[in-house]
Design a protein around this ligand. Structure first.
Ligand SMILES: Cc1cc2nc3c(=O)[nH]c(=O)nc-3n(C[C@H](O)[C@H](O)[C@H](O)COP(=O)(O)O)c2cc1C
Length: 318
């Protein structure tokens, strides 16, 4: 399993630095992603915030945009910040993103994407990957994807993360675009088999250990989003059953470690909301779940001392 990777999927509003630090406590092996960042916001916000911290190592930054020169500018800065890889978002179906002419709609303009890859390649030495879909609309042919890969591999992209369904650009919200249309893992295999020199990672709907076992060896690895966010303890299962790690942590020890991180000087000005909002599902599917959510909610609402998180009493029948 050593050379097979499992990535945490990039998720806007979720995979921020606090969530990544939380995930790293649960899993030493998973590869991390930032949220999608547009080239414009990367270039215009305080770049200190983008330096990779020790606990976030093995982190890919996901950029979005359609101006090759701006990708190049971002890449020259990113190189110094400690990232593993630069990923281009060519899969986001949101109407806002389509209006900005980036994300999934760029599947129709592979030459532009190839130019973006080329500018990144020219500006830094990090590996470049693309996260994309099988196609656009309801038609199940792979022409757009083949074309995208053919153009971008020649300008320096060597890895592709394929969300195994098409993107529907008109009329479906991003949320519905993660359920509709149906997943087509077999088509990702068709693509993988067509390019033996490139790396391919399967994404979309991977939500149990059986599914990981069934698919991980068919690809170079997998990417998982919602299942991990909805049930962080799934990472314990991945560590134990996929990576053979016997030292997985109890929820109490996870909270002890997270508190240590939350109290570190770098977080002294961070609100309880930002520090705690990703912890709500820690007791997912246990009899303590409701009690835990209320407990965390109270600490956030009343801005109580964050050290209280380790005082939580689990229900006795968990
Ligand atoms: C709340 C949320 C935000 C997301 N934001 C991004 C994003 O910033 N960039 C991206 O490429 N995909 C984004 N996605 C899509 C996921 O990366 C992933 O492709 C999708 O959820 C399918 O994987 P899953 O079934 O394992 O969740 C987002 C998904 C969710 C649920």
């Amino acid at each position: 399993m050593n050379n097979k990777r499992i990535y945490l999927a990039p998720m806007v509003g979720r995979t921020d630095q606090y969530y990544r630090s939380f995930v790293r406590i649960l899993s030493k092996n998973i590869y991390l992603y930032t949220e999608m960042i547009t080239c414009d916001s990367f270039l215009h916000t305080d770049r200190k915030n983008y330096t990779v911290k020790e606990e976030e190592k093995n982190l890919t930054i996901q950029l979005a945009g359609s101006d090759p020169k701006k990708y190049g500018l971002c890449a020259s800065i990113i190189e110094e910040k400690g990232y593993n890889e630069i990923n281009l978002n060519i899969g986001c179906p949101s109407s806002k993103v389509v209006k900005g002419e980036f994300g999934a709609c760029l599947m129709r303009d592979p030459d532009k994407v190839a130019d973006c890859v080329y500018e990144i390649k020219k500006s830094c030495s990090l590996p470049i990957s693309i996260k994309t879909r099988l196609g656009l609309g309801y038609e199940e042919n792979l022409d757009l994807l083949f074309n995208l890969i053919d153009k971008t591999k020649d300008s320096g992209c060597s890895k592709y993360i394929i969300h195994a369904r098409n993107a529907i650009l008109n009329g479906l919200s991003p949320k519905k675009n993660r359920k509709i249309p149906l997943l087509r893992y077999a088509d990702v295999s068709v693509i993988k088999n067509a390019y033996p020199d490139l790396k391919f990672y399967l994404n979309g709907g991977v939500d149990d250990i059986l599914e990981i076992r069934k698919n991980i060896n068919k690809f170079d690895g997998l990417m998982i989003g919602r299942k991990i966010y909805d049930n962080p303890m799934f990472l314990n299962e991945i560590e134990e059953k996929i990576y053979g790690n016997e030292g997985v942590l109890s929820r109490k020890s996870i909270l002890d470690k997270y508190l240590k991180y939350a109290l570190s000087p770098e977080n002294k000005d961070t609100s309880n909301y930002l520090l705690l909002r990703h912890l709500f599902s820690l007791y997912y599917n246990t009899s303590s779940s409701k009690k835990w959510k209320k407990f965390i909610h109270d600490i956030i609402q009343s801005d109580k001392n964050i050290e209280l998180i380790t005082n939580f009493e689990e229900s006795t029948y968990d």
